[in-house]
Ligand binder design. Structure first.
Ligand code: FAD
Ligand code: SIN
Length: 513
């Protein structure tokens, strides 16, 4: 078995940033299932939230984050996030991330539910790409970081006293290799590909959550999936995010009749929180019997639109849409999972030596709804803490035991069950576990997923491993959403449309011993 101090699974901002910090302390192996560049991070547009402006403060950022989280944020985690933000941004600047500036100062943009302009961006709307390129270049040039591309992690190796390695499938040779280590950092990103309509690229299949669950880690808050209100909907064109920053700069949502509608749903209008805007769009599409609404920037100066949003402008233009003169057809799409592998304030899971970083983790900062652009910041703040923590002797006793239950047993009846493939899974999750949920649809989804789980054959290649992971993660999601009999943040139940104080708690799953 090849041995390393750290094995990091994933090469998005979390994996790369962890690796660059960890190399100071030991040898690092990054395992990533595609090329190093394949990740959600590369697609991030809006930017990174941090209270660095003269009108801003960590306290104000704290308040906005807590308000967005709808009662379920961990206040201490949010305090850490907002207090440590400025230092971590300074670190990123030292790594060479070229944030946009105005008159020599970092430029700050506005996004929904932030009370002041607070979003740092790079290359206009190319923030993720600039970060990913900067960090991957740095990782590639380090002699202490080994990078294995096209290598799929398939198991976290665990003994009684904690983690000792990772098993991975070499996607070129088809062989399975086991790597040994002191620490595993899961940085595998999100779950968007479970849904038919998503802003996420193909890698977002929830692998890390499935691997962690199977290894005995706690999985929390899975019912909270954020649906972004505005993904481009053009026939025959891949789904593409239209950043919230576009509404921050004055973009207006209009229905199929050209009417501005958001003020009918929220006093915050087009800059209402994401969940409210996404549900309002669904309601407006139903009311007008159409499958899209429109984002209008034609009233803004064309030169500002193309300079501030060069990627969006170019992508639409290349597909025949000039957004400076025509409205942009948009729909809501699955975007970000607030839940994931439960960690403490140091990124530790309940398994000694296993850390989780980035979207795969649940640190408690997002609660029931993530404030826009807080996720890239969360990665920076908690990655640093993970590596700091790994300087110390880590053992299982350092993570507190918490209440968790196994996934409920379901009587498996394959009678009317559709057969399993990727399209059936994505459609089931979108229809039954999507923006508007109800007990009947959730129960149906949970039953079907349980049947599929039973029927799964032993995986042999990347698609079959990913499908198996998606079935398990889909079940975690459907069961959590079924259990939470209220509406809160991004989780909306048409049969229980109000929040209930009885549900000011988390749903945590852990596999039976
Ligand atoms: P990712 O960047 O997704 O990286 C995950 C990595 O893990 C990938 O390299 C993947 O190949 C690898 N991997 C997965 N499974 C395996 C496996 N089994 N074996 C090996 N490797 C594996 N957030 C913001 O804060 N601001 C924004 O402006 C913003 N814009 C966004 C725009 C879009 C279109 C999207 C999709 C998301 C956006 N987000 C934004 C969210 C944010 O980009 C992500 O939450 C963040 O980039 C996640 O980083 P990560 O490193 O955790 O995961
Ligand atoms: C966006 O640019 O709208 C995405 C921002 C985010 O998801 O935080």
């Amino acid at each position: 078995m090849r041995e390393y101090d750290y094995i990091i699974i994933g090469s998005g901002i979390a994996g790369l940033y962890d690796a660059l910090l960890a190399q100071e302390l030991g040898s690092v192996l990054i395992i990533t299932k595609g090329s190093i560049h394949e990740c959600n991070t590369r697609h991030a547009q809006g930017g990174i939230a941090a209270a660095i402006g003269s009108l801003d403060s960590p306290e104000l950022h704290f308040e906005d984050t807590i308000a967005a989280g709808a009662g379920l944020c961990d206040p201490e985690a949010v305090r850490i996030l907002t207090r440590e933000a400025a230092d971590r941004i300074a670190d990123l600047v030292k790594f060479g991330v070229p944030f946009d500036t105005v008159d020599g100062e970092i430029a700050l943009a506005r996004e929904a539910a932030h009370s002041v302009p607070r979003i740092l961006h790079a290359g206009g709307d190319a923030t993720g790409e600039r970060i990913e390129v900067t960090l991957s270049n740095a990782a590639r040039s380090s002699s202490r970081i080994t990078i294995l591309e096209y290598c799929l992690a398939i198991e976290i190796l665990v003994l009684e006293d904690g983690v000792y390695g990772v098993a991975a499938l070499d996607l070129h040779s088809g062989s399975i290799e086991r790597f040994g280590c002191r620490f595993v950092i899961l940085a595998t990103g999100g779950v968007g590909r479970l849904f038919k309509i998503t802003t996420n690229p193909e890698i977002a299949t929830g692998d890390g959550i499935a691997l962690a669950y199977k290894a005995g880690a706690e999985i929390v808050d899975m019912e909270f999936v954020q649906f972004h209100p505005t993904a481009l909907r053009l026939p025959g064109v891949p789904l593409f995010l239209i950043s919230e920053a576009v509404r921050g700069e004055g973009g207006i949502l209009r229905n199929a009749e050209g009417e501005r509608f958001m003020l009918n749903y929220s006093p915050d209008g087009d800059l209402a929180p994401r969940d409210i805007v996404a549900r309002s769009i669904v309601a407006e599409m139903e009311r007008t019997e159409t499958d899209r609404v429109y984002l209008d920037v034609t009233h803004l100066p064309a030169s500002i639109v193309s300079a501030r949003f060069p990627q969006i402008y170019r992508f639409c233009f290349d597909h025949g849409l000039d957004i400076t003169s025509s409205m942009i057809p948009v729909v809501p799409a699955a975007h970000y999972v607030m839940g994931g592998v439960r960690t403490n304030y140091w990124g530790e899971t309940n398994i000694a030596g296993l850390f989780a970083s980035g979207e795969v983790s649940c640190t408690g900062v997002h609660g029931a709804n993530r404030l826009a652009s807080n996720s890239l910041l969360e990665v920076l703040v908690f990655s640093k803490r993970i590596v700091d923590r790994s300087r110390e002797e880590v053992n299982a006793a350092t993570t507190a035991e918490r209440e968790a239950s196994a996934l409920p047993e379901r009587a498996v009846d394959s009678g009317n069950c559709p057969s399993l493939d990727l399209i059936a899974l994505e459609s089931l999750l979108w229809e039954n576990v999507g923006i508007v949920r109800s007990a009947d649809r959730l129960r149906e989804a949970a039953n079907i997923l349980a049947v599929w789980e039973e029927e799964l054959r032993r995986p042999t290649d990347r698609p079959s491993y990913e499908l198996a992971n998606m079935v398990l993660v889909g079940r975690l999601l459907a069961e959590a959403a079924l259990a939470r009999e209220e509406s809160r943040g991004a989780h909306f139940r048409s049969d229980s449309p109000e929040p209930s104080d009885a549900w000011l708690r988390h749903i945590v799953f852990r596999k039976k011993d």
